[in-house]
Design a protein around this ligand. Structure first.
Ligand code: NCD
Ligand code: ZN
Ligand code: ZN
Length: 436
């Protein structure tokens, strides 16, 4: 038995002095003291569940100049993320068994962390063929997405097809028509107009439409809204889960001025007041999940000029560490931190992870909250090689453990043991949302 000793463990919503016994990759004992076995030293450290980042784009295959499973999952492990859910807008897209298997081949040999692969929701997707393999369906691109673009007219049928699989369906909610209108109006004007080109209204309208369609159908799959950017949109969502990204919590429109295309992302980063309202919502429990939407693009692509450059920012390595700094600063409770990064993501995908509890996978991060560092480019493992957060304060894990094995220490990476998760079905119960 491995024994995690000397640390303060996050257990049932608070930190306690306790020891963890780990056998066959799972937590089998939790005791105040007295466990014996191979010691994993946690002296002076806070032990938390590893984060489950349910929204990453690890690219690879024909997009391996941007990211690969190896580089993306190293970034994850170094940032305290022990499980990722990878999105289907790759080349080729994950829309059939064949392309799923192709991606799985890359993940199987390349991943340092555990992973799920999501299937594409598009009119041509083989939803029933993908169903036995994928963790969930989406993100569903209501705006953009090229071949994976979905029109409202087709959404009802797709929702019903996904319902039969009993898996969650996730939505990228922006209204295509309003976005097209906005882009044609603002294209090639100054970069700070990007949020106007893809306005809050576009997000609100898409969410409204989706909820309308969803309410009309009888048998409904669990529904999850990706990367909601506007606090006004949050108030429209009651029966589905909501995700917000670190970039919408940490950046504002003024970063568009200073960093230009590097912080161009969809939906866009909004203003200061909106960001403050997102933090308020986070603290009051209206946001279920924080996920990175880790969307790496090369510097060359980002240097093409603002309106030509692709949208997306990397974030899988810097998400948890920056939020940990906000926990230290008391801007966020440890409870909300663990709920949104570990517990709720686990409940949405039905995983044996995200909690420090007997029987759960021993996916743990060891944190020293006094070790504050400033983010530098040379710390990053993503292949894209840049971050919008240079110079910002963060608390990185001292070590990261996956199913009882240390996969990352500050001195470097260990075993590459990432495996595909086996989702056991949605078990998220509705949290009370304010309806103001
Ligand atoms: N967020 C983005 O701006 N881009 C993402 C796709 C997406 O999540 O919409 C990407 O894959 O690059
Ligand atoms: Zn998206
Ligand atoms: Zn995405």
């Amino acid at each position: 038995m491995k024994v995690v000793k000397g640390g303060r463990i996050y257990y049932k919503g608070r930190l306690v002095n306790a020891e963890l016994g780990i056998e066959q990759g799972r937590i089998t004992k939790i005791k105040k003291t007295g466990l014996t076995g191979d010691i994993v030293n946690a002296r002076g450290m806070v032990v938390l569940p590893g984060a489950i980042d349910i929204h990453v784009h690890f690219r690879d295959m024909d997009l391996s100049d941007k990211e690969t499973w190896e580089t993306g999952s190293k970034a994850a492990a170094a940032g305290g993320v022990t499980t990722v859910i990878e999105q289907p807008n790759t080349k080729p897209p994950t829309d059939s068994r064949k392309t799923y298997k192709q991606k799985k081949g890359k993940a199987k040999t390349g991943s340092f962390v555990d992973y799920g692969i999501n299937g594409a929701v598009a009119i041509h997707s083989d939803i029933s063929g993908l169903s036995p393999f994928v963790s969930g369906f989406g993100e569903t691109f209501l705006a953009g997405g090229n071949d994976l673009h979905v029109r409202y007219e087709d959404l009802e049928g797709l929702l019903q097809a996904v319902e039969t699989t009993k898996k969650v369906l996730t939505i990228h909610a922006e209204d295509e028509k309003l976005v097209e209108k906005g882009i044609s109006r603002y294209k090639n004007t100054r970069e700070s107009n990007y949020p106007k080109a893809r306005p809050e209204k576009a997000e609100e309208k898409a969410v409204d439409k989706v909820i309308d369609i969803y309410n009309k159908i009888e048998r409904k799959p669990p529904l999850h809204f990706c990367h909601i950017s506007s606090y006004k949109t949050l108030n429209l969502i009651n029966d589905s889960t909501v995700e917000v990204t670190p970039h919408h919590l940490l950046l504002t429109k003024s970063d568009l001025k200073s960093q230009g295309s590097y912080v161009k992302t969809n939906p866009p980063i909004r203003g200061r007041k909106n960001r403050a309202m997102l933090w308020k919502a986070l603290n009051s429990g209206e946001i279920d999940v924080i996920a990175s939407d880790h969307a790496p693009h090369t510097q060359n692509e980002k240097e093409q000029g603002f309106w030509k450059a692709p949208s997306g920012v990397p974030g899988v390595q810097t998400m948890l560490p920056q939020l940990a700094y906000h926990v230290k600063k008391r801007n966020l409770s440890l409870k909300r931190f663990v709920k949104t990064l570990c517990e709720n993501p686990s409940d949405i995908y039905g995983l044996n992870k995200g909690y420090i509890k007997k029987g759960m996978d021993a996916d743990l991060i060891f944190m020293d909250f006094s070790d504050i560092t400033r983010i530098k480019k040379n710390m990053l493992h993503s292949k894209c090689g840049w971050t919008p957060y240079t110079g910002r304060r963060a608390i990185f894990p001292q070590k990261t453990m996956l199913r009882g094995k240390v996969i990352y220490k500050k001195s470097g990476f260990r075993d590459k043991i990432g495996e595909e998760i086996e989702p056991k079905g949605y078990r998220k119960s509705r949290e009370n949302r304010k309806t103001t």
